[in-house]
Design a protein around this ligand. Structure first.
Ligand code: PGA
Length: 241
């Protein structure tokens, strides 16, 4: 695992955006794996700027998002589809049909999961996967546990995740408790991974992630076995390493 400690969140976001720009430059029809959460917002802002400055052309790019809540529609302001449209897709020259987010309102959720993996395979897999990390070490919504699932699946959100996410909803009861998430196998198959973490609250999990062992109770630690991972942190998130 490579680790880059940047001076601050701005530089972290720029470092990640520059790597994505490079990937698209080398492969204009690249497949990006994208994440939601507070951490990649700065990255998406940079990508929008680069697109406006004609430094990145998204016209042939395809994207797959990691996850989506079950039970809230795409039009809901807290859905991950809404997040992606708001922060990125509405502002770049991407073909909207090439942007994929699991459908958390699908009638047959199991079929939706299978179709998502099938579509991923059909596109030849992910060239570069962007990840955040939960305080509990989750990636996507692959929560800590004694076993981790390989493919896209339904997951019950951990209590801590529900609490962390409740800041975006008016009441705790509104926070979805289930999600569709790409599995650990989907993430591990990406040809390259960049994992971003910012702020003091991530310092502990980042130091644990970098220990030389794999622990299913820290799902991100599986990335130790991936051949091309770069962890990009700011000073605060990197302060215990
Ligand atoms: P955050 O979420 O970027 O909002 O900290 C990360 C995550 O839970 O994966």
């Amino acid at each position: 695992m490579n680790i880059i400690v940047t001076a601050n969140y701005e530089v972290l976001s720029e470092t990640a955006a520059n790597r994505i720009a490079e990937v698209i430059k080398n492969k204009p029809n690249a497949v990006l794996g994208l994440a939601t959460g507070s951490t990649p917002i700065g990255l998406y802002k940079k990508l929008v700027t680069y697109n406006k400055e004609n430094l990145i052309d998204f016209s042939r790019v395809t994207t797959f998002n990691l996850d989506e809540y079950i039970g809230i529609p795409a039009s809901h302001t807290q859905s991950y589809r809404y997040f992606m449209d708001y922060h990125l897709f509405n502002h770049i020259n991407i073909d909207y049909q090439k942007t994929h987010v699991p459908n958390g309102m699908a009638k047959d959720i199991q079929a939706e999961c299978e179709a998502y993996d099938e579509m991923l395979r059909g596109h030849g897999g992910i060239d570069i996967q962007v990840l955040g990390i939960g305080n509990n070490g989750h990636i996507g919504f692959n929560e800590p546990g004694s076993a981790l699932t390989v493919g896209t699946h339904v997951t019950e959100l951990a209590q801590g995740t529900i609490e962390a996410n409740s800041r975006f909803f008016s009441t705790r009861e509104e926070v979805p408790t289930q999600a569709i998430t790409m599995g650990i196998g989907d993430i591990m198959k990406a040809r390259e991974v960049i994992l971003l973490a910012s702020g003091i609250t991530k310092a502990d999990i980042i130091s644990r992630l970098l220990e030389d062992k794999i622990d299913t109770y820290i799902p991100a630690s599986l990335l130790q076995a991936h051949p091309h991972v770069t962890v990009i942190v700011d000073q605060l998130a990197g302060q215990l390493i």
